[in-house]
Design a protein around this ligand. Sequence first.
Ligand code: NAD
Length: 325
Amino acid sequence: MRLLVTGGAGFVGSNYVRWVLGHTDDHVVVYDALTYAGHRESLQDLDDDPRLVFIRGDVCDLAGVTAAMEGCDAVVHFAAESHVDRSIVGPDAFVRTNCDGTNVVCDVARQLQVDKMVHVSTDEVYGSISEGSFTEADRLAPRSPYSATKAGSDLIALAYRATFDLPVMVTRSSNNYGPYQHPEKLIPRFTTNLLDGLTVPLYGDGLNVRDWCHVRDNCAAIDLVLRRGRPGEIYNIAGGRELTNRELTDRLLALCGRDQSFIQPVADRLGHDRRYSVDAAKITSLGWMPREDLDEALAATVAWYRDNRWWWEPIKQAVMAKESS
Ligand code: NAD
């Protein structure tokens, strides 16, 4: 099979490309705009694989997406603006890439009659839940510009199924962690700060709850949906390990050999959702289960950032230079 992977130079996308090339005979075309969040270096270890082709392009560019998708059997659509804090400061880019871009990808997939498409989404589209977990049948109640544009993109994809019979499936995963995640996100940001002897900014009372799913588990789930999922269906994905941000921070402090004095409480994020939780029974019935143990995988993740400064230091310096300019 020949796959088009949009956003394949980002965190989850690059891990997915690595997963596919490592587990299958498939060929992969990565299509990525290389925004501040995309890095060619995240695929560097795969460069010698003749099955990988990289094309730099924008998902909002109809001609570019069409050229990239020609000859592909399936599409896995990761490309998105993905950082909630950035969506609060500037929602426009999120509407453009997440909604317009998804429309273009679906439209081209329909025109070219690809066999399958997976639209990669997030548990954040359901909004916050104080007890229990959302199923795929629950209504969407996104509250940040990021999650609202992802909910919009889910509805666009599902509308292409209902209207044009596009064989598209939607995945909604909880928070991922692992290698190659941009150091603006919680785990890499806190880890790289602590490795450098800097404090970590903890939002509000630190009691917001997130489920953590290792990126390899999410990639395996997405790939299972691609190969065995039913068109038009939505699949929640969860690691099954919920932690408050405070509990997660304590683990990172311990792994980096730092004490509580490295926590710097900061004003809470605007509209900060208290708890996300999704029920993953549906994808479990397809034969998936999370394989990574949180404590072991978190330790391995911290070790990866400790050993791979070449990857994150230039990215972090570029972000800091922009913030101070
Ligand atoms: P990321 O920000 O690390 O990567 C996004 C990638 O998309 C980058 O390589 C970027 O260059 C590319 N991109 C952005 N705008 C583009 C455009 N207009 N055209 C082409 N490429 C563009 O994000 P991520 O964490 O890897 O998330 C990937 C997908 O998974 C997103 O759709 C996100 O909503 C979803 N998701 C992520 C998580 C998570 O914890 N990281 C959890 C659930 C769902």
